[in-house]
Design a protein around this ligand. Sequence first.
Ligand SMILES: NC(=O)c1ccc[n+]([C@@H]2O[C@H](COP(=O)([O-])OP(=O)(O)OC[C@H]3O[C@@H](n4cnc5c(N)ncnc54)[C@H](O)[C@@H]3O)[C@@H](O)[C@H]2O)c1
Length: 335
Amino acid sequence: MQHPNDFEKTFRAKKILITGGLGFIGSTLGCRLADLGAEVLLVDSLIPEYGGNFFNIDEYKQRLKVNIADVRDEHGMAYLIKGQDIIFNLAGQTSHLDSMHDPYTDLEINCRSQLSILEACRKYSPDVRIIYASTRQIYGKPDYLPVDEKHPLHPTDVNGINKMSGEWYHILYNKVYALRASALRLTNTYGPRMRVKDARQTFLGWWIRLLLEGREIEIFGDGRQLRDFNYVDDAVEAFLLTAASDEACGQIMNLGSREVIGLHDLAKLMVEINGGGKFRLIPFPPERKAIDIGDYYSDYRLAETLVGWAPKTGLRQGLARTLEYFGKFREYYWP
Ligand SMILES: NC(=O)c1ccc[n+]([C@@H]2O[C@H](COP(=O)([O-])OP(=O)(O)OC[C@H]3O[C@@H](n4cnc5c(N)ncnc54)[C@H](O)[C@@H]3O)[C@@H](O)[C@H]2O)c1
């Protein structure tokens, strides 16, 4: 098991590719790896509806290489994958509603492109270490709580099905071709650099924008839906610990938090930290209700035992940092 203090030894001078590298989590991971002395290449399509944003790497632009490319470009990706030591595979279409309105784009990015990335690894970079950003969404509406990795998968939307396929391709390539692949099933992740322009990445980003604009937050349903949240630095730590662990090859691990909170209480907490704000309960819009997952929180003990991961940032502290960041840099995140 890797101690975070050894990260520099593990990642220094390593050639690392991050797909979705200008996005929220990918850019945070890229900056951290640059600090650890890695040679980082960020690949991102910068499609405006997704979370990619050049400002995310503003302070690091001299230390990170960027290639604006689309993971759907099979040949281009094969070229970029050749010679890499580690790939953090985070590119994705993240909106659940968009995946219902435009299922084929979600299929192309979250499913087909994942297979072609793995084919390129198999052919040109068979020793590469690859970590896939999967999601708790693939469990669907939980049968029991907390949700562990043995929980059945019954996704409630097209995005969940394609992310599940993307994840399983990684694990299949591990089993059949011994590709050194792992998957992390992320829960709601938040923090500086997240998409706050709209609710495409997560409702929490949208709430942050509403709060900072003095507008009212609308909570769907009775506001009692339970969720767990990870601050982005904790999610990044999980990616690093997983990449550094040989035992994690072929494994799927949940991320999660000890702090479980209802959405009504979350809104109250955010208003309190912000020093003001409004919220109200409204009935679920029907198209949201149709894909809602009810209550969710994770059992993340496997990640604890296998790679020594546990979240460190409390929700109050993480939200305060996030609100401060967007208060300062809002002009770079929404008009
Ligand atoms: N943020 C969360 O709460 C959360 C939860 C579960 C899983 N995840 C997963 O983590 C990963 C990163 O999510 P994020 O929150 O940073 O979202 P994000 O939208 O900020 O990052 C995804 C990045 O992928 C890029 N991208 C999308 N399609 C692409 C394509 N065809 N080619 C190249 N780049 C493309 C986007 O431009 C964006 O920068 C995603 O795969 C997502 O499914 C995130």
